[in-house]
Each structure stands twice: as structure tokens, then as C-alpha cells.
Design a protein around this ligand. Structure first.
Ligand code: ARG
Length: 461
């Protein structure tokens, strides 16, 4: 098999070197993007007068045939196919003869691979945005279904204050909404055409790169050919997004894993998203969420690894850049599975109102008692101190806060009246937090409406 670059070489590459060098086993998935790029490039060559209309038509029809083979899963990768670009061109030559050799005029695999990767990633980003919206939708639907349920809220993983279950769910909705915004920003930087940059110096041909960009649906053309072939910022940025979104989902997963532990029991998971133990018959393990938490480590690793690959590279293309693909593809594949699984696992989880109620204790209302004192005109710092003494009294007696009678409270501070006892009410506590962003029903309804609007598909999408 003659190599694309075989002319100046006397012998074949060492077989291990060939295996080391080849990328076809992971970049074959770029076939559709590679053919799309070549179709557009053939047209550009024809407009530049490099290909006659007949040659242009022959190449285009030949590329259609190569595409049909891939579509039908009939494309045969050959041992000499170094990468997807080589494979497509080799097959095109077999199908249409030497005229295929004109397609690469003025093009380098350096601008070709950058173009392919951007085309491919742009499509994948749109799919992942939809998968992410699926997770957001699951959170939103659960929040709407269980709007007023009250959940023990934690800080430092210690009982803190009551919050609505829907408030907890929506907190993750907003993290994912920021991830949507991040992804849209990343997409705009993917959406740039490198083709026409050549190997590094630009093309001597009269290629209309604006027209080429329009044909491939790119909104911008790269303005520096050296930057065009070396820029993989868009890969790093996507990997950052993948690390970020998986970190958010990992934190959600950590909560879910805790909440479904029978000792808390705030939620139960559907059988469809849990697994059993091979040894302990009673076990129901939250594997979907554990894996989501685990994958976050892997995705973060891809980001750190790829930035390290980039950091020492000299200008323009270096073969190190071939290392962009495996982490990128793995991140895409991982999230393409993880996001729909989590959407399903979230959509089917069942809150357990009695267990949440059982998890609420009066100490979580201590702040409300302090707020009550403050409303009577006592400075909050002092109220905090007084209620601290109330807590200490309850602990000394081994009772809950509401079991302390008014006389005991008044002995601690004379400001206490019977009206203070109204704070021993979890519903009242959450309804106190009515300012924007709080956990009272009215604020939550506003939040839900905002979330619904945010999730609406962008106009024209
Ligand atoms: N397989 C290569 C990659 O993924 C394609 C570009 C090769 N370019 C080159 N000059 N060897 O980066």
C-alpha cells in the first residue's frame, strides 16, 4: 500500500511503529465529517479552477459512493489505512481512479483533521445539549410533582434548616443550566473553519474560504493559518465542560446516594436503576449514581491530561495533537450514556415524605427561634447567643426544643412569650423564606417558572 506521503521513503515503517502511528482504530468515526469536508473542498477547488466540472462531478459522485459504503457498514478498512483521511482517499482512488489524487490539492491533513473534528464535535455538542436538557427536565418534573415536600437541609452534612425537596432538586437544575450556557459558548468557538489553512502557511489556490465556511455551516473562518492547524482550545474547552457537568452530576449523585441510604431513607430508587449484591440478598445499590460520581474523575482526568499534552507544543501541527481524539471521544461517549441514564434515574426516584418528616428535628428550627427574638428587637448576635443557651438546656435534659416549656425559655431570657412557640413548625419555617431565591412556595413558583423558561429551546433551535 502506498502511503499518502510515501514518495521520499525507501522502505516500509516498522510494523510496531505503524501501529503506534495509526489512528484509524479511533478516528474512523470521523468518516461522515471527513466526506462532508471533502465534498465542500472539491466544490471549492472547482470554483478555483483547479478541477474541471467533470472532475468535480467525478470526485463528488465517488465520495457519495464511499459514503454509501460507510452508511451501509460495508466500508472495509485496509491494513495500510493510517487514519480516516487516508482510508477515504484510498477508497476514492480505488473507485474513480487517479483523478481522486486531485482532491488533496492545496490541502493538508493538518487543516483537514481540524475541520473534521470541528464538524463532528459541533454535531455532538447539539446532541449532548439535548441529553443535558433531558436531565434538567427530569429535575424540573420532580420539582413540580413534589413542590411542597419538606426535606431536612444539610450544611457540613449536619442537620441545618428545613428546605423544600423541590428547592433541592432545582439547585441542580441551575448548575446544569450554567453548563448549558458554557456548552453554547464552547460551541461558538468550535464553529470556525480551519480548511484552507494548508499545512501551516495558507493556500496558494484561489479558494473562497467564506464560501467554503458557508457550505459547511461554519459561522466564521479562521484568520491565521498557523493558529488554524494548531488550535485545539475547542477540545480543551469541551473537556472542561465535560469535567464541569460531570462534577455537578457527581455532587447530585453524592446527595442521592446518601438520601437513599436506609438510615436516612429520604428517597428510594427505581429497580431499573439499581443493582443487587451477589452475596447480600437485601442489598439495593445506587450504581447509576455511583458510576456517575466515578465517571467525573475520569472526565476530569481527560481535561488535565490533554492540557498537559498541549502545554509544551511548538507552533502549528505536531503529531501530539492526534492525542486530542481519544479523550474527546471518550468524554462524548461517556456523557452520551451517563446523561440519559441519570435522566431516567432521576425521573423515577420516589421521595419518601414520612422519612423526610422523621429526619426533621426541632434543632433545625433554632435559627427560626433566633429570628423570632430578633423580630422583637434583640440584635441578632444576641438572639443567636440566647438560642444557643436554649439548645444547651434541651441537650442537658435530653429533650427536643419544643419540649422546653415557656417558663424555661423565660428563665433564659424574659423576652420569650407564648407567641414564640409558633416557631415549632417546619412549614412555617420554610414559608418564612419568601425572598427571591428562598424556599417558600411563592419564591419556588417563581423559580420554577424561570427554570421552565430557561429550558425552552432557543428560538429557531
Ligand atoms: N491522524 C492525524 C491526526 O489525528 C491526522 C493529521 C496528520 N497530519 C500529519 N501531518 N501527519 O492528527
Amino acid at each position: 500500500m502506498t502511503k499518502l506521503w510515501g514518495g521520499r521513503f525507501a522502505g516500509d515503517a516498522d510494523p510496531l511503529m505503524a501501529r503506534f502511528n495509526n489512528s484509524i482504530h479511533f478516528d474512523a468515526r470521523l468518516w461522515a465529517a471527513d466526506i462532508e469536508g471533502s465534498q465542500a473542498y472539491a466544490q471549492a477547488l472547482q470554483q478555483a479552477g483547479i478541477l474541471s466540472p467533470e472532475e468535480g462531478a467525478q470526485i463528488s459522485a465517488g465520495l457519495d459512493r464511499v459514503q454509501a459504503e460507510w452508511d451501509a457498514d460495508r466500508f472495509q478498512i485496509q491494513p495500510g489505512d493510517e487514519d480516516i483521511h487516508t482510508a477515504v482517499e484510498r477508497r476514492l482512488t480505488e473507485l474513480i481512479g487517479p483523478v481522486a489524487g486531485k482532491l488533496h490539492t492545496g490541502r493538508s491533513r493538518n487543516d483537514q483533521v481540524a475541520t473534521d473534528l470541528r464538524l463532528y464535535l459541533r454535531t455532538m455538542i447539539d446532541e449532548l445539549a439535548a441529553h443535558l436538557a433531558g436531565v434538567q427536565q427530569a429535575l424540573l418534573a420532580q420539582a413540580e410533582r413534589h413542590l411542597d415536600l419538606i426535606l431536612p437541609g444539610f450544611t457540613h452534612l449536619q442537620p441545618a434548616q428545613p428546605v423544600r425537596f423541590s428547592h433541592w432538586l432545582l439547585s441542580f437544575f441551575w448548575m446544569l443550566q450554567r453548563d448549558q450556557e458554557l456548552l453554547a459558548g464552547a460551541r461558538s468557538r468550535v464553529d470556525v473553519l480551519p480548511l484552507g489553512a494548508g499545512a501551516l502557511a495558507g493556500t496558494p489556490l484561489a479558494i473562497d474560504r467564506q464560501a467554503l465556511a458557508a457550505r459547511l455551516g461554519f459561522s466564521r473562518v479562521s484568520l491565521n493559518s498557523m493558529d488554524a492547524v494548531s488550535d485545539r482550545d475547542f477540545v480543551a474547552e469541551f473537556l472542561f465542560w465535560a469535567a464541569m457537568v460531570s462534577m455537578h452530576l457527581s455532587r447530585l449523585s453524592e446527595d442521592v446516594i446518601l438520601f437513599c441510604n436506609p438510615h436516612l431513607g429520604f428517597i428510594t430508587l427505581a429497580d431499573a436503576y439499581t443493582t443487587g449484591s451477589s452475596l447480600m440478598p437485601q442489598k439495593k445499590n445506587p450504581d447509576a449514581f455511583e458510576l456517575a460520581r466515578g465517571k467525573a474523575g475520569r472526565l476530569l482526568g481527560h481535561l488535565a491530561g490533554f492540557l498537559t499534552t498541549l502545554k509544551g507544543l511548538p507552533s502549528t501541527y505536531n503529531k501530539d495533537l492526534q492525542e486530542d481524539k481519544e479523550p474527546l471521544f471518550d468524554a462524548i461517549d461517556t456523557l452520551t450514556l451517563l446523561l440519559p441514564v441519570l435522566a431516567g434515574a432521576i425521573a423515577t426516584l420516589q421521595p419518601q415524605p414520612e422519612r423526610m418528616a422523621a429526619g426533621l428535628d426541632d434543632f433545625m428550627l433554632a435559627t427560626d427561634l433566633a429570628d423570632w427574638l430578633t423580630a422583637q428587637g434583640i440584635p441578632f448576635r444576641q438572639s443567636h447567643h440566647i438560642v444557643g443557651e436554649v439548645v444547651r438546656a434541651a441537650e442537658a435534659r435530653g429533650c427536643t426544643l419544643r419540649q422546653l416549656d415557656l417558663a424555661t425559655l423565660q428563665a433564659i431570657h424574659p423576652t420569650f412569650t407564648a407567641a414564640a412557640l409558633a416557631v415549632w413548625d417546619f412549614e412555617r419555617s420554610v414559608e418564612q423564606r419568601g425572598a427571591m431565591g428562598g424556599t417558600a412556595l411563592a419564591a419556588l413558583r417563581g423559580q420554577l417558572a424561570a427554570a421552565r423558561t430557561a429550558l425552552l429551546p432557543a428560538p429557531g433551535a
